[in-house]
Every structure is written in structure tokens, then in C-alpha cells.
Design a protein around this ligand. Sequence first.
Ligand SMILES: [Zn+2]
Length: 324
Amino acid sequence: MRESCRICGNDKNNRTHSAREMMFGTRKPFQYLECGNCGTVQLIDIPDLAEHYPDEYYSFSVGDNDLGSGWKRRFAAKQIGTYLATGSGFLGKLFAGWRPNLAGQFPAWLREPLLDLSMRSRILDVGCGNGELLNRLSAFGFTDLTGADAFIERDLIYPNNVRVLRAGLEEIEPTFDLIMLHHSFEHFPDPLGSLLQIRRVLADDGTCLIRIPVASYAWETYGVNWFQLDPPRHLFLFTERAFDRLANEAGFEIVKTMYDSTSAQFIVSEQYAADISMHDAKAFKGNAAESIFTRKQLDEWDTLTVQLNREGRGDQACFYLKKK
Ligand SMILES: [Zn+2]
């Protein structure tokens, strides 16, 4: 049977690829379809996903973000957060200059005027795991923070009022001013249905921020060894044009796109090509001298990463969506 693209319906010139699970290194093969029309790379048979999210997938800890200890630090974080989110606040501007390391922990994608944030903006993080990012945003002064993740064990309510619901999008009640999906959308089996659910719970003047891998230069260069394919957890890898089409179909307009890829697109993909899994003892750990790469090679990849992001060809991006 000829497989059709589940995004645009095309059944001509589609290609299939066999890719291996390499995050945990089981090396189990999974089949992906590459659409000959819109370019979307998609997992053909979606397996029982729970078995591919072992406990260690969510093993990050919450609260060790170095923002919360000491009242001076807590005070500075709130001032800095207010200044970086809203652009106002003289004290926050001063603190941001004095404490660049603290300011550097404020998420870059929220320093965006089109979000029109206030510290009371109703924010939803979809696919948030245990809510690490929401807790960081709380430390920076945001007060209305909700998370949703279908794969956590139970609801989590933190002392700072951050609440994380064990829920899928269809169970969430409206309304939110900002909905964020940080590398969760590529895990969803029904992308159009998910966008329609987001539209349902987003305020009419709200913004949805979606960070996803994008099939571009790294996919063309590394093919099935491109690490962001991450079989079988990543179900859809969109091209920019395919994602734009899908967003429009769901009643959204992409108002801004910011590429934020890193040199992992080269380092980890090269390792997969050399049969080194993500957690292998030989995998790169930040030190050129102890790695299979030369310092010169790593520097070249850093330069190329900056260039690709500038040209809109990096392997991941942040899309800002508004209702049409
Ligand atoms: Zn397609």
C-alpha cells in the first residue's frame, strides 16, 4: 500500500527511511515517511509510547535552578524578571546589569515584545514534565502558572502556586494569554487536533509559542542519523513550510519565527553516524580533549550553527502563533 502524508495528504514521491533508537541506544529500527510534497518526516507506525518514556526521561529535578535561595537573590530575580518580560522597571534594569548570570537564566524566547506580557499573564506550559521551567518563571516573578503533561504520575501543586496537571490538552479549561510548547509538539500523534485544542484555550489576543525541531540542513546532511529524529519519540518533523501550512489550517498565523538550533545538530548526529548513542561513555561531554572531535571541528560547527540560525536553516525553531 502506498503511504500518504498525514499532514498534506500527498501520496506521490514519498520516501521511506529506517532510523534507529539512539537516545537510550536500543538501536531498534523504526520506519519514517518523508513527504514528497511538504517535506514532513513522520513516523509510520506509532508504537505504545509509554514504553519509550522510561522514568529517567523525567529525572530532572525541580528547584535547583539557583534562583530561590536568599531573600536578596529572590528580590533581584523578581525585579530582573519584570524588566526582561515587560521592558519596564528601573531596578530590574540595574539588577540585570549587575547580575548577568541571573539575568541569563531568563528564557530568551520570552523577551519578545509581541507577547505583551505582564507578570500576571495566564501562562500554560504543555508537555512540561515536572514543571521545571514554570518554577523558574515563578522565581522571576510570574504569578499565574499552569502546566499540563499527560505522562506524569499525578498532579503536582508547588508551594509557590505553580500547578502541573496530569492531563492532555483536551482536558484543559480556558483561558490563557500565553501557551508554550517546548519540544513537546513533535511528540503529539495528532498535530492538527492539538493545534485546534490550543486555539480553544488561548485568549483571542493571546500568543502560542511552539519550539520544535525543523527538518532542514541537518536532516539533509545526516538523514536518519539526524539526532532530532529521535525514533520513536518524535512523531512529526516538520519543514518550516509544512508547519506554516498546518498552523494556517488550524486558524493561526505565524507572526514570528526565531531559529535557536545548537551545535548538538552536528555533534550528536555525527556520534549517531559513528554508532555512539546519546548516553554512551564515548559521547561528547563538553570537553574537546576527551572527545572524538577536534577543537577546530567543534569551533567550525559553532560558527556554522550561528550562520544556519541566521539563514533560517537551523534544526530547531521557536514559532510565535496568533489567531487569524
Ligand atoms: Zn506532506
